[in-house]
Design a protein around this ligand. Structure first.
Ligand code: LLP
Length: 414
């Protein structure tokens, strides 16, 4: 693939994504489950089609994402529309495409949805996002369920918000939503949030004909090999609530709490479905032996994969040619961008690799290409999808012409 398409290139496994969907469905088999893939994690058209073929809808957050779903030949009707800042145009576009429901983040948004639906002569189905004020114990930038985060409505005023919603002529109260954060690695915070919100939902059911409860996304993945290969003893050493989260432990803890509601349960997984199904293929440019340390300079950079620079995210870096006879070296793995922050790993121990050799960043299927930019006038990487022994380019590398297509020199400068 590197020879055919160059590097850096993202490579995804259709089989792994399929297995992840199946595994999640099995883990929550006791529930009337609907998966709405949080496509912000990776919105490549091919992946959207793949998850649609597997029976999933989408968790949408912009008009652009709605257009992507349509461009993938998929359906908006089984998708939900989330986000704190939906514009009037986005609400209208979602309604015209018969979105399943809006996940409402504030009282003024509710009024706006009612207004737009009225103008179009339709009723909009909604769920209000409850902020349960639970600490998800994840990175501060991806914690969403604390009361000082911008998301949702506090539980103490949510009942009143539902009463107000029920009175609006163009609103249909359909569900309740929550989402406490991303990359959760233990089940405790999920349990705490569900235990807090379920009684609220049950009480609401007395006066409203609810159809569903969305418990959001957030199931974390294992980024570090050392953890993934942990032995059973290693695993058992953790108290139950602190064990690395699996879909099975998530399902085992949440199913009995959710079942009594008798509602459809919506799940919005992003990272879990695609995170470990992707790698970023890169090539070594130089091995620079510095005064105090080695720098492995590679051809991908923070514009291609921003997670290490932005969240201190960890990604395994694996040489494609494994050679145990070579000595290990310790190096900072860095990109070519002119910023010290353009660093993927500090003092990483890695098999010695030299110029032109290939390495793969593991667990790069989620929030990777989706967050790529053109910083330093670097075109965004190519993307390839593999299934079994076949693979296809699903997104060609961005060219210089793509990058400047919308730009022009103003007349007053010519
Ligand atoms: N539902 C809602 C309302 C969300 O805000 C999110 C993610 C999800 C579902 C999906 O969460 P997941 O299952 O993927 O954890 N760029 C960051 C992650 C941002 C997550 C934003 N919201 C990263 O690279 O870690």
């Amino acid at each position: 693939m590197a020879a055919l398409y160059g590097t850096p290139t993202y490579v995804y496994s259709a089989t792994t994504i399929t297995e992840n969907v199946t595994r999640l469905q099995k883990s929550l088999a006791g529930l009337d489950l609907k998966i709405c893939y949080a496509m912000k994690a990776n919105s490549s058209l091919a992946l959207l089609r793949l998850v649609a073929n597997l029976g999933s809808g989408y968790d949408l957050v912009s008009g652009g994402e709605i257009r992507r779903v349509l461009a993938a030949g998929a359906d908006v009707k089984s998708s939900v529309f989330a986000g704190v800042g939906k514009t009037e145009a986005e609400i209208e576009f979602a309604l015209k495409n018969e979105v399943f429901a809006f996940h409402v983040e504030s009282e003024p948004e509710l009024a706006r949805i009612n207004h737009v639906a009225g103008r179009l002569g339709v009723k909009a189905s909604i769920a209000i996002r409850i902020n349960p004020d639970v600490d998800a114990q994840t990175h501060a930038k991806i914690t969403t369920g604390k009361s000082d985060n911008k998301f949702g409505i506090p539980m103490r005023v949510a009942a009143a918000a539902y009463e107000a919603a029920a009175k609006l002529p163009h609103i249909k109260v359909a569900g309740v939503q929550m989402h406490i954060g991303s990359q959760l690695t233990s089940v405790g915070p999920f349990r705490e949030a569900v235990e807090k919100v379920v009684p609220f939902v049950a009480k609401l059911q007395e006066n409203h004909a609810l159809e569903y409860f969305s418990i959001g996304g957030g199931i974390g993945i294992i980024y570090e090999d050392a953890l993934a290969s942990g032995s059973k003893d290693w695993w058992d050493a953790f108290p139950e609530d602190e064990r690395p989260l699996t879909p099975e432990s998530y399902g085992a803890v949440l199913t009995p709490l959710l079942q009594p509601l008798g509602l459809k349960i919506l799940l919005e997984p992003g990272r879990f479905l695609v995170g470990n199904a992707g790698v970023l293929l890169s090539r070594v440019e130089y091995l620079k032996r510095g005064a105090n340390k080695n720098f492995l300079v590679i051809d991908s950079a923070m514009n291609d994969l921003v997670r290490p620079a932005m969240y201190g995210g960890y990604h395994e870096i694996v040489p494609l040619e494994r050679d145990t006879s070579r000595p290990a070296m310790t190096a900072d793995v860095v990109g070519p961008i002119c910023e010290t922050g353009d660093c993927f790993a500090k003092d990483r121990e890695i098999q010695t690799v030299g110029e032109r050799e290939l390495v793969a960043f593991m667990s790069a299927g989620a929030y990777a290409f989706a967050m790529a930019s053109r910083y330093n006038t670097r075109g965004r990487p190519a993307e390839v999808l593999v299934r079994g022994s076949t693979f296809e380019l699903i997104n060609r590398r961005e060219t210089f012409e793509d990058q400047i297509a919308g730009e022009q020199i103003p007349a007053f400068l010519t």
